[in-house]
Each structure stands twice: as C-alpha cells, then as structure tokens.
Design a protein around this ligand. Structure first.
Ligand code: AMP
Length: 113
C-alpha cells in the first residue's frame, strides 16, 4: 500500500466508496463522477501506478475477467459495455493506481473523445 494513494486507501477501506464486488486481488466500486448510467472502477489491491508499470500477466488477465464479471452483475453482458484503461497524460489518467473503467447503460460512440 502506498500511503498517499487514493485507490490504495479505498482498497484498504480507509476512504469510503460504493464497493460492488471484491476479492483477495481486486476491488470494484462506483466512480464518484459517473460518465454513464453504470460507471465502475476495477482496481488491483496491489499498488501498480499504471498499465505501463504492470508486468504481471496473471494479474492483468484476472483484472479483465473481474471487469467482465462486474459488468455482468450490472446486467450489461448482453447489451454491451466498455472497459477503458487510461494510461498517462494524453489519455487523461488522473489517478496513478491502475484501474479499469467499466462503462455501460447507454450507447457508446466511436472514436472515443
Ligand atoms: P482516470 O482519469 O482514468 O485516472 O480515472 C480516475 C477516476 O477516478 C475518475 O473517473 C474519477 O471520477 C474517479 N475518482 C476519483 N476519486 C474517486 C473516489 N474517491 N471515489 C470514486 N471514484 C473516484
């Protein structure tokens, strides 16, 4: 755990969040500023700053499976959803603890903004 990391604190339960699923490796919670009717964040409990810093293929694969499971839990499997990992400045990453956005509940445009 990184002391000044917001998402480490959420994973540890030190900062409140609306948690929808968790296991020993990951936590999924509702984004505080939702960009779609469903907007969840999936984070590893382990601190990894970004996708650039992620080297553990097992963790990354399991994180994607976890995202799929929580999307299903939100009723999005059939109608569709988007999983986004913003990485560094031009992608708009603002919290430097790896996270996957799970967005759904409305039609998504392409290309993304
Ligand atoms: P990104 O911009 O890709 O780094 O995503 C960070 C996300 O974290 C943004 O969508 C924020 O709205 C969200 N966020 C920031 N603080 C909190 C918080 N305390 N609880 C839930 N989501 C948060």
């Amino acid at each position: 755990m990184l002391n000044d990391c917001l998402f480490c604190k959420i994973a540890a339960g030190d900062i409140p969040a609306t948690i929808v699923a968790q296991d020993d490796q990951f936590v999924a919670f509702r984004d505080i500023d939702p960009q779609a009717p469903t907007h969840l964040l999936v984070i590893p409990r382990e601190h990894v700053a970004s996708l650039n810093a992620a080297m553990d293929a097992q963790m990354l694969g399991s994180m994607l499976l976890f995202a799929k499971t929580v999307a299903g839990g939100e009723g999005l499997s059939e109608r569709g959803y988007r999983v986004v990992v913003n990485t560094n400045a031009e992608a708009g990453q603002s919290v430097f603890h790896l996270h996957a956005h799970v967005l759904g509940g409305r039609a998504m445009r392409w290309p993304p903004g």
